[in-house]
Design a protein around this ligand. Structure first.
Ligand SMILES: [Zn+2]
Ligand SMILES: [Zn+2]
Length: 301
């Protein structure tokens, strides 16, 4: 197996791109791909300021690393959920702190217990939809932070595999609202920072190879609440198709981004109000975030 670019021995092969690369050209390939995505989907201005939500998993670490290499001003953001089972939160926090130190990335940490007097395991005792609540919590906090530092955008580590399986799941249900929102860039709206997914066209194997090349070590501890299981069967279906037709995942998602605008405004949504507590847009007088973390505490006092 030889590098498609220079002919030296290759360390990795990407059938979807009909290419193989040596170390040097794997690095160049990955950076060029992400840089093209950023440009095509108008994610960031040159040297723009970007908040990256870093969980400690490989996808968010690679997102932060690549944006830094491409010359953007990267600000890391981490939420300490207080999950001590499997040593999940402490290990994740340590990985993110060490990574940011090593790559000279300023890091903002929100510790739920410190700020709100309780953490995810405590909320989980009274909530069976804890993964949804956890998602709402992280999104609220990262959005608030991105707005507070005037970032050009808020980046998350969603990958091609994430985007393609969500697309398939949303198509299966003809969920028009989410079909309108599955694009790599969501523009800023009142109360919401611009959201970008710079790895939206990088598949799992590319990210793993790139992380290994740069010695990026993700946290190994798994979240005991196991939220990732939800879309597994869509992932399996796509993996099976990809095996038979390399590149199909990429074209499935890429072609969708051309037509996503067709889904805009296709479904009536409940009118948005501003949350009475935090002031951010909400569908109810007090938003889920404030109901979970803020209002309860006030009642107890
Ligand atoms: Zn090469
Ligand atoms: Zn609120």
């Amino acid at each position: 197996m030889k590098c498609t670019v220079c002919g030296k021995p290759a360390i990795v092969k990407f059938p979807a791109h009909n290419s193989a690369f040596c170390e040097e050209h794997l690095d160049a390939f990955f950076l060029r791909q992400v840089s093209k995505t950023i440009e095509k989907y108008k994610m960031l201005p040159p040297k723009g300021r970007v908040v990256v939500a870093i969980s400690g998993g490989k996808d968010s670490l690679v997102t932060a690393y690549v944006l830094k290499r491409l010359g953007y001003e990267v600000l890391g953001f981490f939420v300490d959920l207080g999950i001590t089972q499997n040593d999940f939160s402490p290990r994740s926090r340590e990985v993110v702190e060490n990574f940011c130190k090593e790559h000279d990335i300023p890091l903002e940490i929100v510790d739920l217990k410190e700020r709100y007097g309780k953490d995810i395991p405590e909320v989980a005792k009274r909530q069976d939809r804890i993964c949804a609540i956890c998602g709402v919590t992280k999104r609220h906090l990262m959005n608030e932070y991105a707005l507070s530092v005037n970032a050009d955008a808020l980046a998350t580590g969603h990958t091609l595999d994430d985007m393609a399986k969500l697309l398939l799941a949303n198509l299966m249900r003809w969920d028009l609202h989410h079909l309108a929102k599955g694009v790599p860039t969501l523009p800023a709206e009142p109360g919401f920072a611009k959201k970008i997914k710079p790895l939206a066209f990088q598949s799992e194997d590319e990210i793993i190879a790139f992380a290994k090349l740069h010695n990026i070590k993700p946290v190994e501890a798994k979240c005991p609440y196991g939220r990732e299981a939800k879309y597994n069967r869509y992932q399996e279906a796509l993996d099976m198709l990809e095996e038979k037709s390399p590149g199909i995942k990429r074209s499935f998602y890429k072609n969708y981004t051309k037509y996503a605008y067709l889904f805009e405004g296709t479904q009536a949504r409940p009118p948005k109000v501003n949350c009475e507590v935090c002031g951010f847009p909400s569908v109810s007088p007090v938003c889920t975030f404030c109901r979970t973390w803020v209002v309860d505490n006030e009642k107890k006092k």
